[in-house]
Design a protein around this ligand. Sequence first.
Ligand code: IPM
Ligand code: MG
Length: 365
Amino acid sequence: MKYHVGVISGDGIGPEIIREAKKSLDAVASRYGHEFEYEEILMGGVSIDATGYPLTDEAIAAAKAADAVLMGSIGGDAKTSPWYQLPADRRPEAGLLGLRKALGLFANMRPAYLYPELKSACPLRDSVIGEGFDLVIMRELTGGLYFGKRETGEKDGQKYAVDTLEYSEGEIRRIAIKAFEVAMKRRKKVTSVDKANVLDSSRLWRSVVEEVAKDYPEVTLENMLVDNCAMQLVKDPAQFDVILTENMFGDILSDEASMCTGSLGMLSSASLNDTKSGVYEPSGGSAPDIAGKDIANPIATILSAAMMLRYSFDLEEEACAIENAVKKVLEDGYRTGDIMPTTGSTDGLHKVKCSEIGDLIAERI
Ligand code: IPM
Ligand code: MG
């Protein structure tokens, strides 16, 4: 089959990690007889430089027309980059939010799995890690604080700023359904995370999720307050199967979960709507401090490409081939700098560059 893949290389380490993910996709293409046709789509800082805007109508149209979109990362150094002299709605991040909204990508799936080989890169103690963990965060992606009404002004001689956290029943129900569907294919447990002891939006969240749960009698639903969840993630991550949560909580908890897997460079993600298309991107940022040095970890992007094969193209075997190749490379002792053990022995481990680990993974497909 021939697939038309929109590619947003973006800024910072984006072009490097995308280049490595394409190597794996091309290896899949030649082994399984597919064809991936790539179309570069401008978004973020590179789009600002070219057009003055982080996301153009043309880019949205190209993303919509693609069978799926693979994305690197966007954004720069907020202190030094001229992009951050622009008003907030013209900065790189606004492009990403605009794309999520334009494509209706309400469901963001972020799997956090601790590879046994990376236990020594995990900052948690062995007694906490135990047999490891395998969880997935289902983050609502087009509502809440990110898209609520905002305002900055001045009253009584002081500046003030307002952000609004609003959710409708429908917005909660559709992400809850996705989370329960995912749980049905896993260990059948959903932990819905909210702040229902304080927020109205969380009380509505909890009641809608409890309604949806009635349609999934095989799935155990647990409600957890977000502060407790942040604590439980570093106390006993193995208790979680599917974490279902709103946009902002999911943003924060997914960075925390990623660090428990060893590095932000390990966490893949899929942003989905109700069609077969989707945007696949690593959960980490553009890391401008290491951009262009060929030392970034491309594994999250490579695993995101595997998710694209699975969820947008229904290529389960091919997705597994990429995931197994990543596993094999880790078993063979290859590591980018971020996943080298911070303490203890490095015997049998080889520190490699971004482009090298990309080649090693592609070779094993
Ligand atoms: C993420 C990122 C984005 C977010 C930023 C870049 C706007 O942190 O995908 O988690 O907050 O959603
Ligand atoms: Mg984030």
